[in-house]
Write a new protein. Structure first.
Length: 350
């Protein structure tokens, strides 16, 4: 006998420095309504200009129980109402992941509720669909976060083809490093965006990595990304500056414009290559309003549409984990283990 589909999903996310829990009410034909989502961010990492894994793990350990309780209360639900537990099992900081996975296993053992492990990046693919019913396959996906940057062809849920990825730093990581270099603090993305708003786009013209007119489909770098050369160019510009305080907004604008130009161009290439008329943006960098606006304009010119999550569901959150868990519900019962590196399910790297 086929098991009944879950009606209420509790998601748990602890892959980096956000402790999050969410409750999802499942409907028919794959529909789902977000009943609650609680996200507790860890400000302690600002002091160190980056995430300290041990501190992240300890903070998750202290907070995860209260965060889950709050999510259930906000949804007007109890543990007894939950039909499926979904937890991020990777990739991420292994100590942080262990907290969420161990807690979820404890709940599953105590209540007898089925548990399914979710790949963090697949969660980001599903996040936008929670708010936008049109953010469904087929589409091109641009996933850009602090730890990952990739361009995917998504003909159907669970069927993913890698088009391109970063060869060095993730885009979000580059924003963080440049933010630190410019003395803007951590996290770098929001700080650079604020500074760039008053910057002169003509003052600094930085290189657009892996983007030139001679590239053709089939070239190894046609869809790939690289941030290392851009960071080096910015370092030289900072060292050459005679008044960094005055130049800071212009440097931030030059850096942000270069990143956006590359991401837009690569996404347009993917849309042209696949023939898809939709592009889905995911990951923490999706919060950047200048990127969203530039992508939306460029795609509209090509007769395509951009689908981007709200800032709350762009950063790490348990709502997207619950939604991906609902899709993977049939896999409940397989072993779930925290893994710093985890193969993307259904990903074709050819």
């Amino acid at each position: 006998m086929t098991a009944a589909p879950p009606r209420t999903v509790l998601g748990i996310e602890t892959s980096c420095d956000e402790t999050s829990a969410a409750v999802l009410a499942a409907g028919g034909a794959g529909a789902a309504r977000l009943a609650s989502c609680v996200i507790l961010s860890q400000d302690v990492h600002r002091v160190y200009r980056g995430v300290v894994p041990e501190l992240a793990s300890r903070a998750h350990l202290v907070a995860v129980g209260d965060v889950v309780d709050r999510a259930l209360a906000d949804a007007g639900a109890a543990l007894a109402d939950v039909d499926l537990l979904a937890v991020t099992e990777g990739p991420g900081l292994v100590g942080a992941l262990l907290v969420g996975v161990t807690y979820a296993k404890g709940l599953a053992c105590a209540t007898g509720t089925p548990l399914v492990g979710v790949h963090h990046l697949e969660g980001h693919l599903f996040g936008t669909a929670l708010e936008d019913p049109d953010a469904v396959p087929p589409f091109v996906a641009l996933l850009v976060s602090g730890g990952h940057s990739m361009l995917l062809d998504v003909p159907a849920w669970g069927d993913y083809r890698l088009l391109g990825e970063t060869r060095d730093d993730a885009v979000g990581e580059a924003f963080d490093k440049v933010g630190s270099l410019l003395g803007l603090g951590y996290p770098g993305g929001p700080a650079i965006e604020r500074a760039a708003a008053t910057g002169d786009p003509a003052r600094y013209r930085f290189p657009r990595p892996m983007l030139h007119r001679g590239q053709r489909p089939g070239d190894a770098d046609y869809f790939d990304l690289s941030m290392s050369g851009l960071k080096t160019a910015l370092i030289h510009a900072v060292r050459a500056s005679k008044d960094l305080d005055a130049d800071r907004p212009h440097l931030a604008r030059g850096f942000q414009d270069a990143v956006i130009d590359v991401l837009v161009a690569k996404t347009l290439r993917a849309v042209e290559a696949t023939g898809h008329r939709r592009a889905v943006l995911g990951g923490g960098v999706a919060c950047n309003r200048a990127l969203r606006a530039a992508l939306a304009r460029a795609l509209a010119d090509e007769g395509a549409t951009l689908h981007a999550p709200s800032p709350r569901l762009a950063t790490d959150n348990a709502a997207m984990i619950a939604r991906a868990g609902l899709f993977r519900a049939a896999e409940a019962g397989r072993p779930v283990e925290a893994a710093a590196r985890l193969p993307f399910p259904g990903l074709d790297r050819r």
